[in-house]
Design a protein around this ligand. Structure first.
Ligand SMILES: [Zn+2]
Length: 295
């Protein structure tokens, strides 16, 4: 079996290997400051980088050629590993991806093609994060017999939608077809390639299941965290009202009043209450307009 090694590259600012320029502007006042990092001793630079979030590392790598060269070099592997290890539940970086490529798939929230639209979740099996318009261009439905003599279902990860239909990334399919046909008469090389690819596809499928479970857990954790914030904010608002002398009014509130209270925009927000928010005036102004609520 052919030994696979991680891919490293320094030629593309996109990290994911796509050569098209990113449409989002990378310029800003901080870019100049960041390039000053290059003047620092390498060991200190690596120490700083290792403490950054993977998405921040990606941003740093995109700010200048020098920083990109450093961060995409194999010598920076430990930096990426340390950064990614901050989330102990995140599945390991798969062998067929580089660490920057893995960080890009997991954490970069923008569409991999247009780099403009935000996309909540990547497709862990197809290893792409695409917005709806780009999905329509890039993802195609194929039947097993669509590929002629090329065994694409064994060579490429795909998402089954019906018994006889699966979704593939169109460009991946075209590239793989070219690679397969390039073997021509070399049957031994073709068989080795087939075996290797089939193993990779199996590993990608297994890894994708772990990633989907991780993403589900992250989403639940986020909901739980937001609920905690909302409840803490509600309690803080009630305490503020008590401190302002409205305890008696709070005691006489009915269940419907509390339902209305909980629906008030400042109460329902999922963030901590700050001292600068004029909650009391807002709630009291609502009380004057709607005497049946919060009264
Ligand atoms: Zn897009």
């Amino acid at each position: 079996m052919v030994k696979r090694t991680r891919q490293y590259g320094t030629s593309s600012i996109r990290i994911d290997g796509d050569q098209r320029p990113l449409k989002r502007s990378r310029k800003g006042r901080n870019v100049g400051k960041l390039t000053m990092l290059l003047a620092m001793p390498m060991d200190i630079l690596f120490e700083i980088f290792a403490h950054l979030h993977p998405l921040d590392l990606l941003h740093v790598a995109r700010t200048s050629k020098g920083l990109r060269r450093i961060l995409l070099a194999p010598s920076s592997t430990s930096v990426w590993k340390d950064s990614l290890s901050a989330d102990a539940d995140l599945p390991e970086c798969p062998l067929d991806l580089s660490y920057p490529g893995w960080a890009h798939l997991v954490y970069d929230p923008f569409c991999h093609r247009c780099s403009v639209a935000r996309v909540k979740n990547p497709d862990w099996k197809l290893r792409v994060r695409l917005c709806t318009p780009c999905s329509k261009r890039e993802l195609h439905v194929y039947f097993p017999w669509s590929f002629g003599a090329v065994p694409i279902p064994d060579l490429l990860p795909h998402r089954d939608i019906k018994e006889t239909r699966s979704i593939y990334v169109r460009t991946h399919m075209i590239n793989m077809t070219s690679r397969w046909k390039a073997f021509k008469q070399d049957q031994d090389a073709r068989v080795n390639f087939f075996t290797e690819r089939r193993n990779i596809v199996r590993q990608i499928d297994e890894h994708a299941s772990k990633c989907e479970a991780w993403a589900r857990k992250k989403a639940l954790d986020r909901i739980e965290y937001q609920d905690t914030l909302r409840l803490a904010r509600r309690a803080a608002i009630i305490q503020k009202l008590r401190d302002a002398g409205y305890s008696a009014e709070l005691e006489t509130m009915t269940a419907d009043d509390w339902t209305s209270f909980d629906r008030l925009k400042p109460v329902a927000q999922k963030r901590a209450l700050t001292d600068r928010e004029s909650i009391i005036q807002f709630i009291m102004s609502r009380k004057r307009k709607q005497p049946q609520h919060v009264s």
